[in-house]
Write a protein that binds this ligand. Structure first.
Ligand code: WT7
Length: 630
């Protein structure tokens, strides 16, 4: 059943209702799902602990809402279209019925290996339909999945396995990525030496040689071989965990953001159909990886809950050439296309020639996510890809929010370049100044908070509820703090200005400065380091590292290369600093705190206004840093 809005006045009316009567509003949306047992109370909450429960005591299984609920009408409709890395390899289509059978078979396979409701399962897989099958099979049996982006290193994988106490890892022999072949199973073996698990299931993708450990490692095809293609779904409580997804913050190691079943289901479906204005029969394509929240909510759960056809792409935008995205749009007649500004900017650099010759007339809606989209990229996207006829939905949200929070509804909300525009129904935003005072009215700028719960919001950080409280609910009392700066203009439109904390957004991926510093500091020659973000033409932000080190027996160049390699190894290539400057010292206050403001200015190359440096222990250091800047 559709809860799609069709007009601006319809949106405004619904928004009003969602604020004045939030429980009635969400109960009405939730009623169109299949519940084994209806909830007894729609919402119980406080932001102090925090303790948020939606659809209290409701019983359901999210996969029954994807499959059984729609099976009569949609069995033969394509659920997943898969486009491989290599354009010469055949694409695959799985109908809802076929996908359902695959999910059941794999659910039975997991059960046969002893995986039970509540167990944690790590998914470290390429972008193949089996990755979605793995997620849904976990949800089917009530196991909690935690997808780890396959570009993360063995040690990042090991940390996540350990943190969530995973019982099994689902992976592949190798991954194809552009012209590269990545030896994934080798990385898993390395991770398991540090953090062992009972069971590993390996999907055969590249057919490269790997080692299989007797009794622990099984091939996917063997595991499902004798399994029935039916399975009775486990009954879950609304607030049972659906998944954990690790994300970086401004301090310490990545934290496991926890999402639960009922609210996440309701919100991802509702937001998907409204933002993208999906109509039955459309082909929708989100280019994210399932390792990120975008892949969870808007490749897998949201679209499939809507009965949509969702395209999964294994490759990269520039392989075999910079026209690949457009070749895929033409080949599969994509109607809604959702990507990140970093990809747009990267393709923009190749000019319009790679677009020529492709028929993009199927496109109806263009989406953007992950970082602020600059006006130039917005216009390029609008003109050259959307041919001035497709609305752009600039969707602001976070791993923690579970679903899109601020965005135009395609073709309904008038857009403005670089503005995420207006909140979705049910989302009560609030802008506060540094002291936590709410800034009311239009034409204001401050920190973005949310003052009322929404169904898909973070419930806790896995194994450490206090961290959730400290990170999101303590900065401003009774509010969820997003970490983003925002402006509300004279029309009441929202423009996201970027992070106000020590989080860097590199190509739409979140990195904590402390996390990168810790990785740099593991190099034996490094004494101390400080990392900041700086504007980068393609990536949005780049990583700039200032490092104090001991240069004996090393040249500067060697050491810089070694540090880059070591960060790649410890976190993954996405965390590799773009620039490393070896410095004699860091600008510190008398109390020993690094003045990042100064380091940011140097990295940005805006040297005329360094601000107040009088509290520095040694102002001379700043001069030396400026002289040596990269
Ligand atoms: C951070 C969340 C949720 C999607 C993928 C990223 C930034 C995200 C936008 C946007 C400006 C954006 C914010 C946010 N961000 N979308 N449309 N405009 N900034 O998820 O890794 O949890 O990162 O990405 O800074 O806080 P994430």
């Amino acid at each position: 059943m559709s809860d799609r809005l069709h007009t601006l006045s319809g949106y405004l009316y619904e928004y009003q209702k969602s604020v004045t009567q939030p429980e009635e509003f969400w109960a009405r949306i939730a009623d169109s799902f299949y519940w084994r047992k209806r909830w007894s109370k729609t919402l119980k909450w406080n932001f102090k602990d925090p303790d948020v429960k939606w659809f209290v005591n409701g019983k359901l299984n999210i996969t029954e809402n994807i499959f059984e609920r729609n099976m009569f009408t949609m069995a033969d409709r394509p659920a997943i279209i898969w486009e491989p890395n290599d354009p010469n390899e055949a694409s695959r289509t799985l109908t809802y019925k076929e996908l359902f059978h695959e999910v059941c078979r794999f659910a039975n396979a997991l059960k046969a290996k002893g995986i039970e409701k509540g167990d944690r399962v790590i998914i470290y897989m390429p972008m193949v339909p089996e990755a979605a099958v793995a997620m849904l099979a976990c949800a089917r049996i009530g196991a909690i999945h935690s997808v780890v982006f396959a570009g993360f290193s063995a040690s990042a994988l090991a940390d996540r396995i350990k943190d969530c106490g995973a019982k099994a890892v689902l992976t592949s022999d190798g991954n194809f990525r552009g012209s590269k072949k990545i030896a994934v199973k080798g990385l898993v073996d390395e991770a398991l030496e540090k953090s062992p698990v009972d069971t590993v299931i390996v999907y055969q993708r590249t057919h490269q040689e790997i080692t299989m450990k007797e009794g622990r490692d099984f091939w996917w095809h063997d595991a499902v071989a004798d399994q029935a293609d039916t399975n009775v779904a486990e009954e879950m409580d609304s607030e049972d965990m659906l998944f954990i997804l690790y994300t970086s913050g401004s301090t310490g190691k990545p934290k496991g953001v926890v999402h639960t079943t009922g609210g996440y289901m309701v919100y991802t479906k509702y937001s998907f159909e409204n933002v993208f204005q999906y109509s039955p029969g459309d082909v929708y394509w989100c280019t994210a990886d399932i390792g990120w929240i975008t892949g969870h909510s808007y490749i897998v759960y949201g679209p499939l809950l809507c009965g949509a056809t969702t395209l999964m792409f294994e490759g990269v935008p520039t392989y075999p050439d910079a026209g690949r995205f457009w070749a895929v749009v033409e080949k599969h007649k994509v109607n809604q296309f959702y990507t990140a500004p970093t990809a747009i900017r990267a393709l923009q650099a190749y000019g319009t020639e790679p677009i020529q010759g492709y028929d993009l007339s199927s496109l109806k809606v263009l989406g953007s996510v992950g970082e602020p989209i600059n006006e130039e990229a917005w216009h390029w996207y609008h003109t050259h890809i959307g041919k001035d006829k497709c609305p752009i939905v600039d969707t602001w949200w976070q791993t923690e929010t579970g679903g899109i929070m601020v965005s135009p509804l395609a073709g309904i909300t008038p857009t403005k370049p670089a503005y995420a525009t207006l909140p979705l129904p049910g989302i009560q935003l609030c802008i506060v100044d540094a002291d936590g005072n709410e800034l009311t009215g239009n034409g204001v700028e401050g920190n973005l908070c949310v003052k009322f719960p929404w169904p898909s919001m973070i419930r806790t950080t896995y194994g450490d509820h206090d961290r959730c409280k400290q990170t999101y609910f303590s900065t401003y009392p009774n509010m969820y703090f997003t970490g983003d700066g925002v402006k509300r203009d004279h029309d009441g439109y929202y423009r996201i200005l970027g992070r106000v904390d020590d989080v860097i957004n590199v190509s739409g991926h979140r990195m904590g400065t402390a996390e990168v510093e810790n990785a740099i500091n593991e190099h034996p020659k490094v004494i101390e380091s400080a990392v900041v973000g700086y504007p980068h033409e393609v990536k949005g932000q780049g990583i700039y590292a200032y490092v104090i080190c001991d240069l004996t027996n090393r040249t500067e160049e060697n050491l810089i290369q070694e540090i880059k390699d070591s960060v790649s190894k410890i976190i993954g290539p996405i965390a590799k600093p773009d620039k490393i400057q070896l410095v004699p010292g860091l600008p510190k206050t008398r109390s020993g705190k690094i003045m990042r403001r100064i380091l940011r200015k140097v990295a940005e190359n805006s040297l005329d206004n360094m601000g107040d440096t009088s509290t520095l222990l040694d102002p001379e250091v700043v001069k030396q840093i400026i002289e040596g800047r990269k």
